[in-house]
Design a protein around this ligand. Sequence first.
Ligand code: FE
Ligand code: CA
Length: 537
Amino acid sequence: MNHGFAAGRRYFLQQAGKAASLLLPAGLVTAASKGEVSVASSKLSNKNYPFSLGVASGCPRQDSVVLWTRILPDPLQASSSGVLALNVRWEVANDEGFTQIVKQGKADAVPQLAHSVHVEVTGLQPERWYWYRFMLGDAISPIGRTRTAPAPASMPAHLKIAAASCQHWEFGSYCAHQHIANAQPDLVAFLGDYIYEWGPYALQHPKVAQRSDECFDLAQYRARYAQYKSDPQLQAAHLAAPWLMTWDDHEVANDYANLVDERLDRNFAARRAAAYQAYYEHMPLPPSVLMGQQFTQMRIFGRYDWGRLARFYVLDDRQFRATEACPKPGQGGSNSVTSACRERLDPKRSILGTVQEAWLKEELTSSKANWNIVLQQTLMAQNSQVPAFGAEEGRFWTDGWDGYPHARARLLRDIAASGVKNPIVLSGDVHTFYASELVQDFHQAVSKNNPIIATEFCGTSITSTSRPQARTERYMQDNPHTKFGRSDLRGFMLLDITPQQTTNTFVAMEDVTRSDSLAKNLARFVLEDGKIGVHKA
Ligand code: FE
Ligand code: CA
């Protein structure tokens, strides 16, 4: 989404911090510009330490998990890894002290993949915590904690999952990630905008802020990930639990759709492939996500089971979508349109693409899980401007699901027709806490003919800025299916799932500019088994 940003004291403080950080030895930049709280700061201060970006794990199955690291001694110098392939050792243990090593091996870190390492460890026991680390020469990585999913037939008593999105580096500290780590979840779901392809706003005029420092090629995207991942609080959230992840637009370019960006750049396919490669190089994804040559496509959508307690559907609504309806003249990307834009209402348009739509329908139909949780990037509930109910009037932002109303109706129809129990949609992108009831027809009130099909929770942003709360209040009035909205706070969501109920807490940071910010529980919603909706506790 586009971000309004008022130039002010904050901006200059950030710039002052940045300038100062350049004078410090490599590795101290993170601590200097983002504060002190740190798991790995002692490691970061060593210029030759090869694990400056930490470690991560992801995509847990009942018998496997993916381990990740990238060899990069200096987060700000890609050349600090050298030009040779490196052979990295890895270990998985039953205990934090590594007295019981259950799996170990070696993996190549090759310069063609930025010396990243992706190890898919198989043959693990279901529903267990493990500890893992990498070694290169005498150096030992930070120790990560990870776990496997429960066996398919089992009904685990409890699952705790944190969900987050949107972490523009320049807009705040990663204190929310420290609170995610402290919560010790079983899983972390990241719902997009892990990086932003543009850096701080450069002031061209007192009132006009322009994006600066934009990534276009592989070296630039890699450098951006390294900068973000040097943050010890982000590293802490990776050390705490395995992640499930999807991307949104800013991992590539603002508002991009499929192979079209807002500039209508003729070389956008190459730019997207570079961005996808950098994403792969920095995420705990299995090599099986790679399809085809040169990162032209990546299959990151997928299904993950947590015994019979929960099934997660990770969606990708960027890579395969139809381009946004009725763009501004001579541009691609989003627009705010009225019902005069007929293209938006074309039933043929898809946001997931036909292959992913059919796949999702299959996965829903075969689900025996008690909770069916869709993890995806953009807001699904209608979020139009005026009027609340009635004819299809109003203004619609075309980049989210509002730009694809028939695809949304199809998805919700498929959910309803599948008969899955307790469907929940988790979302990102709009930098706002929202709790909404998802229905077939958003122009009508909930009724017998227009029942609540699923509950949507949107988890604000880790740092990225949003609209003023007064505007969100007006959106709430215009969109009665949305029951809760807070755009003035940063944070994440924490879901506690048991067979009987799911509790979702909106966790807000008191002051995102401080890395030692306290967190507060802003609101809590309880969903009893069989009673989908928005019920504030
Ligand atoms: Fe964002
Ligand atoms: Ca976005």
